[in-house]
Design a protein around this ligand. Structure first.
Ligand code: ATP
Ligand code: MG
Length: 448
């Protein structure tokens, strides 16, 4: 941890009460398996566990103090109303001691891609980044608590699954640089509407440090709204129109990579983007703008996009045992990311492009309409065959079939895998669905 913390400072930051004597803690942990001598154990409550059940074990393992939401039989502890909020407040103390920049990324799509791409592009710096997708109220503090004196920059992903989560994350990470990739229809269940999503994401802009740089998508419907939230912070934008500070023209979209020309302050540079799809050019522009803000020159920033960013389960190119191209994009799905992935699928130099679709979750009342829309989109884009796993994905299949397409409804992952197993070299198969649809089972069935 970057600094040692006293219990009294922690109690103050968490609006809590210090019970027992003040002492210094050198680490903050939430997992009893990670306890080190003299650390503080924060008893978090999850859906399936309650850290308060492990307090005794934490003390036995060497924890010097505890954060708890109830009175406990421990020598030193901080009693708070909510241990998750307290965990965030402790992380903020560490963040405030950090002299480098905190870059925070939110948006409906592209957060992990931009985070990983930016972190790998800043190879000359010592970067701390969010591991995997730990982008929530627990993951963000956990990452910030890993800051140490050698780090120059923290690149943090901020996600949301309930209204009010981004404002909390903004308070914890208090970013110097904000990247807001876009707002699109996902997580409707938690956030109500597209406006609700835009408002939630926008909270990272209004909650950033007062002198922060804010990087926005000029092509997004909510661009003007987010600009309004920025106040006196420094704005810069990316997009496919000349109105953006950094814009892309002359796009050449290939099956595995793209070319474009990036324009910034009167300078135009040719760019090779290691990644397929227009959306990847947008993500690349966000990465370049962040690098410019950090002080990297335009040419160096642009050149970094030639190195592919590999995120497991994101447009990952594999081959089935019978030689078909298998595009594994099943880590998660939102309506716009399904469309982006379909765009990439139909760009492949295969005779036939097949889509195996699992259900998209968290869409609330919009569920049927969105699946219908995706079926129509797949047909319009020229997908040869749509295999749906489960009844909800089947709504897309009906729409696909109503437009004259060949759609197949399966009940299990294995059934879907069995249908495409014989397909050979001239086929490209995209597998996609929400986390809850567990479409990686189809990938496993086709590759193992
Ligand atoms: P999550 O909310 O699951 O954390 P995320 O915002 O981190 O998602 P990524 O993991 O980078 O997003 O990408 C998720 C999916 O969105 C991928 O399937 C990818 O193909 C697609 N995608 C990535 N960037 C964009 C973009 N700018 N616009 C639309 N779709 C995108
Ligand atoms: Mg992510």
């Amino acid at each position: 941890m970057l600094i040692n913390l006293t219990l009294s400072a922690i109690a103050q930051a968490c609006d809590g009460e210090l019970i027992g004597q003040d002492c210094v803690v050198s680490a903050v942990v939430t997992d009893t398996r990670k306890i080190s001598l003299g650390c503080m154990f924060v008893a978090l409550k999850g859906e399936r566990f309650d850290g308060h059940d492990y307090i005794e074990q934490a003390i036995q393992n060497g924890a010097a103090a505890v954060v708890s939401d109830r009175s406990i039989e421990v020598d030193h502890y901080v009693k708070v109303a909510d241990t998750t909020l307290a965990y965030g407040a402790i992380a903020r103390l560490v963040r405030d001691a950090f002299k480098g920049s905190v870059v925070c990324i939110t948006g409906s799509n592209g957060k992990t891609t931009v985070k990983d791409w930016l972190a790998q592009s800043l190879f000359e710096k010592n970067v701390l980044k969010t591991r995997a997708n730990l982008n929530n109220q627990v993951g963000v503090p956990q990452t910030l608590l890993e800051l140490d004196v050698n780090h120059d920059i923290a690149v943090i992903e901020a996600g949301t699954s309930f209204s009010g989560e981004i404002p909390l994350l903004a308070k914890i990470a208090f970013p110097d640089v904000v990247i807001l990739t876009n707002a699109s229809g996902s997580h409707f269940e938690g956030l109500g509407s597209l406006e609700g999503i835009a408002k939630e994401k926008g909270a990272l802009v209004s909650g950033a440090a007062p002198n922060a740089n804010v990087i926005l998508n000029a092509d997004d419907t909510f661009f003007d709204y987010w600009c309004g939230l920025a106040g006196k912070r420094t704005l810069c934008s990316f997009g496919f129109t000349e109105l953006a500070d950094l814009y892309a023209s002359d796009l050449e979209l290939g099956a595995e990579s793209s070319k474009a020309v990036f324009h910034y302050r009167g300078v135009a540079l040719p760019v090779f983007i290691a990644g397929a799809g227009r959306h990847q050019i947008a993500n690349g522009m966000a990465v370049v703008l962040a690098m410019l803000v950090i002080g990297i020159d335009f040419k160096q920033a642009v050149d970094a996009l030639a190195t592919p960013v590999k995120v497991a389960g994101r447009l990952e190119r594999l081959t089935t045992k019978s030689g078909a191209l298998l595009i594994n994009d099943c880590y998660n799905a939102s309506p716009s990311s399904v469309k982006a992935a379909i765009d990439v699928l139909v760009m492949q130099p295969a005779d036939e492009s097949w889509l195996i679709l699992g259900a998209l979750g968290e869409l609330g009342a919009q569920q049927d309409e969105i699946h219908h829309d995706l079926g129509v989109y797949a047909k319009d884009k020229g997908v040869s065959c749509l295999i749906c796993v489960g009844a909800v994905a089947g709504i897309a299949g009906m729409a696909f079939r109503n437009k004259g397409g060949n759609a197949i409804l399966c009940h299990t992952h294995e059934e879907a895998a069995a249908i495409v197993r014989p397909l050979g070299k001239n086929h490209a198969i995209l597998v996609k669905g929400s986390r809850s649809a567990k479409m990686e089972n189809v990938i496993d069935a086709l590759t193992n």
